[in-house]
Write a new protein. Structure first.
Length: 370
């Protein structure tokens, strides 16, 4: 059974996934955080059961706006775009704001959710049981896709970069694990996937736990998301089946130098590329300054009397390393990665730092040596 949950609360998502796993039904549970993400998902993927909140953002981001009738809007958009998307077979609304919505749907059930009791779980369990019975009777029943070890990352361009490294350095592991993300995924999405995975405790034919790893940028969102995973997955088996890893300065000698001077910047996959390629990208206009520049204000920086460039000059910091105060513009990520993959055909050393990162991730999966 393919289940899609549309909700941006990791606490509620954790509660729902526990109930779904508790039914014993074999399910492929996916989640998105906003209306746009749900519509994009349904464009390519068939869903047996859609569970959605009422209060939803149209698109997650810095300027996101929560729509109080977001769930209703999503239902209308699904109906309006029915010729262009894959319609969910069954739908349920699950919201704390049950009383504020009298016109959820003429067809589908709206259930009142509460974090303090489990009454809401009873109709959910009944719904899942009914859907499973229907699916089992269908001649053309599509079996749930076989699960393999999975790496969840924060964006689709991260998937492209890491798959390129697999092609070059780990071709023997192709098909043994998969790298997944979705458009505008982010750290919270990665955390949600790990929480669901941890509750499912997926096992292979030998009854061994199938592992999932979440790769997080070293920034405020990534640190918070990692904490959310740890707080939600507390059992020994859950911690064995799911792991988190951050992109740390240890993977780049230049970032080690940066951090050793007390200059702590956000770190994402692109930060681990050679400084020459980052300067090339900057000349193309693909980079922009971080806001804020530092995760923590450097101790020796006098913000009242000097600029950051003056500060770096005063502490005799190599000017070329100032490129790490910039990041790839969101609108330029695709062209950035296309150029990286193109240049890596001539010089695979561009990906050396990322190869070490991926080696650490692969070691968590513990594939038998060939």
């Amino acid at each position: 059974m393919n289940i899609l949950i549309v909700d941006d609360s990791i606490n509620k998502l954790s509660d729902i996934s526990k109930v779904l796993v508790g039914t014993g039904v074999k399910a492929n549970i996916q989640t998105v955080e906003d209306i746009q993400g749900a519509l994009t998902f349904l464009t390519d993927t068939s869903v047996d059961f859609l569970i959605l909140d009422l209060y939803l953002p149209f698109r997650k981001g810095k300027n996101e706006k929560i729509l109080h009738d977001g769930g209703i809007y999503l239902l209308k958009e699904i109906n309006r775009k029915k010729s262009r998307i894959k319609l969910p077979k069954y739908i349920m609304g699950l919201s704390q704001y049950y009383d504020s919505c009298a016109n959820f749907s003429d067809i589908w059930l709206l259930v009142e959710y509460s974090p303090t009791h489990l009454k809401w779980s009873y109709p959910l369990i009944s719904f899942v049981s009914h859907i499973e019975n229907i699916l089992s009777q269908e001649i053309a029943h599509k079996e749930t896709k076989k699960l393999i070890p999975t790496l969840f990352v924060e964006g689709l361009t991260d998937v492209d970069i890491l798959n390129r490294i697999v092609d070059i350095h780990f071709p023997n592991l192709k098909g043994k694990f998969t790298i997944l993300s979705q458009k505008n995924a982010g750290a919270n999405w990665v955390a949600q996937q790990l929480v669901i995975w941890g509750h499912q405790l997926n096992r292979d034919s030998s009854k061994n736990l199938i592992k999932a790893v979440g790769l997080f940028d070293n920034d405020e969102a990534g640190i918070k998301a990692k904490g959310d995973v740890v707080n939600k997955l507390t059992s020994l088996h859950q911690s064995e089946s799911t792991k988190t890893i951050s992109i740390l300065p240890k993977y780049s000698k230049n970032l080690i130098e940066f951090y050793s001077r007390g200059l702590k910047v956000e770190i994402e996959i692109e930060s681990l590329l050679p400084i020459e390629f980052l300067h090339f990208a900057d000349e193309k206009g693909w980079l922009e300054y971080r806001v804020p520049l530092f995760i923590e204000t450097p101790k020796d920086l006098n913000q009242m009397s000097e600029t950051v460039p003056d500060f770096l000059e005063r502490i005799e910091f190599p000017l070329e390393l100032g490129i790490y105060l910039k990041k790839v513009k969101l609108s330029k990520k695709e062209v950035f990665v296309k150029e990286l993959i193109l240049q890596s055909q001539e010089s695979i050393s561009l990906l050396d730092n990322l190869k070490i990162l991926l080696e650490d991730i692969i070691s968590i999966f513990q594939f038998p040596s060939s």
